[in-house]
Design a protein around this ligand. Structure first.
Ligand SMILES: Nc1ncnc2c1ncn2[C@@H]1O[C@H](COP(=O)(O)OP(=O)(O)OP(=O)(O)O)[C@@H](O)[C@H]1O
Ligand SMILES: [Mg+2]
Ligand SMILES: [Zn+2]
Length: 346
């Protein structure tokens, strides 16, 4: 998959300009902090940047090992390659969503005090750091105040507001923001170059407009267009326009049954992916369900009632499950739409 195959491997390849510049400065200064905080939405490059950093400071062929002047990881020495394939004993990636308690954090802190085995630093990359429990944060805070010399913590989070301010203030903060269109376009160009795709600049901008400001989404979209063979601007625009989020739901909200059914027909005839349409709709429905339940009006883009939303979710879920056994791709979705209109009439 493109988004794994073309994960950036060097600071230079980080297409997020702001992060690339900050990271370059940090490594140039050679004063490495004991804790970094990566803040930003999904798919913005937090994990990628953390791994590049871990490689850079442990690499055997750069300035950190006294070999040369570059601060980049070489990506060929034993340290770089084992970090890349997840086999390094010195670089630990831990998901706080499933290891959030005091015992897990204590274990991590204990292990962090050992000297590195093959590199110069032990790096702990803690993903979804906001999930850590309050007592576990307290334990971690003590370590961040007096960290073992050769340990660097990288906390990554999509929800900074859930982190205690005492933790935030101990870290060097990297705000990943949302991806700029020009940065996404430059990433897409890099991939298109490697894949030898003939794609115009217009089309790359089009993809970036449809990718919700995320590097990962843009990469996936490019791959989808390649697989669907929609590589001219017009084909892509048609395809993306029709399969873009929420559109079926918008038709269903105000339109007649006939209008909704013709939407599906046109969608499938122009090569739209039904599975993807159902996934997108379910995502949108879920967000609406949550927004409506907690009374968050700014996020309520659709006017379905809570009852309608829950019915739609059940029907779309059913359609999704039936995709595998249906001989006709569009049928489960069409049935779900008809059932929704039937129920609404009552
Ligand atoms: N700065 C970047 N330059 C180029 N490509 C990027 C960049 N950031 C992310 N990507 C692309 O997006 C993919 C996802 O990035 P990554 O896994 O690092 O994001 P993340 O912020 O950790 O996301 P999550 O919150 O979902 O874990 C990468 O595999 C890569 O293809
Ligand atoms: Mg990640
Ligand atoms: Zn190296």
């Amino acid at each position: 998959m493109f988004y794994l195959k073309y994960r950036p491997q060097t600071i230079h390849e980080l297409d997020n300009t702001q992060i690339r510049e900050r990271m370059t400065k940090l490594l140039d200064s050679k004063e490495l902090p004991h804790a970094l905080l990566f803040v930003g939405p999904k798919g913005m490059g937090k994990t990628s940047t953390a791994r590049i950093f871990a490689k850079a400071v442990n690499c055997d062929n750069n300035i950190f090992s006294g070999n040369g002047t570059s601060t980049e990881p070489c990506n060929t020495c034993a340290n770089c390659t084992t970090i890349d394939n997840g086999g390094s004993p010195d670089v630990v990636e831990q998901d706080a969503a499933s290891n959030r308690g005091i015992d897990e954090i204590r274990k991590l802190i204990r292990e962090a005090s050992f000297s590195p085995m093959t590199g110069r630093y032990r790096i702990y990359i803690i993903d979804e750091a906001h999930m850590i429990t309050p007592d576990a944060f307290n334990a971690l805070l003590k370590t961040l105040e007096e960290p073992p010399k050769s340990v660097i913590f990288i906390l990554a989070t999509t929800n900074e507001e859930k982190l205690p301010s005492t933790i935030i203030s101990r870290c060097v903060r990297f705000p990943f923001g949302t991806a700029q269109s020009k940065d996404i376009v430059s990433m897409l160009k890099r991939i298109a170059g490697h894949e030898k795709l003939k794609i115009t600049e217009d089309m790359l901008t089009l993809i970036s407009n449809y990718s919700e400001k995320s590097f990962r989404d843009a990469t996936k979209l490019l791959e989808e267009l390649v697989m669907q063979d929609k590589l001219t601007f017009d084909d892509a625009q048609n395809y993306l326009g029709i399969r873009s989020k929420g559109i079926l739901l918008e038709v269903m909200q105000t339109g007649t049954l006939a209008e909704s059914m013709s939407w599906i027909e046109e969608f499938t005839e122009t090569g739209g992916n039904v599975k993807r349409a159902i996934e997108d709709s379910l995502n949108t429905l879920r967000l609406q369900l949550v927004a409506k339940s907690i009374g968050n009006t700014s996020e309520q883009h659709l006017s379905f009632s809570l009852k309608e939303l829950s019915l739609l979710i059940k029907l779309f879920h059913g359609a999704y499950a039936n995709l595998r056994i249906s001989p006709i791709e569009a049928l489960p979705l069409e049935l779900a739409v008809v059932e929704f209109y039937n129920a609404r009439k009552k």
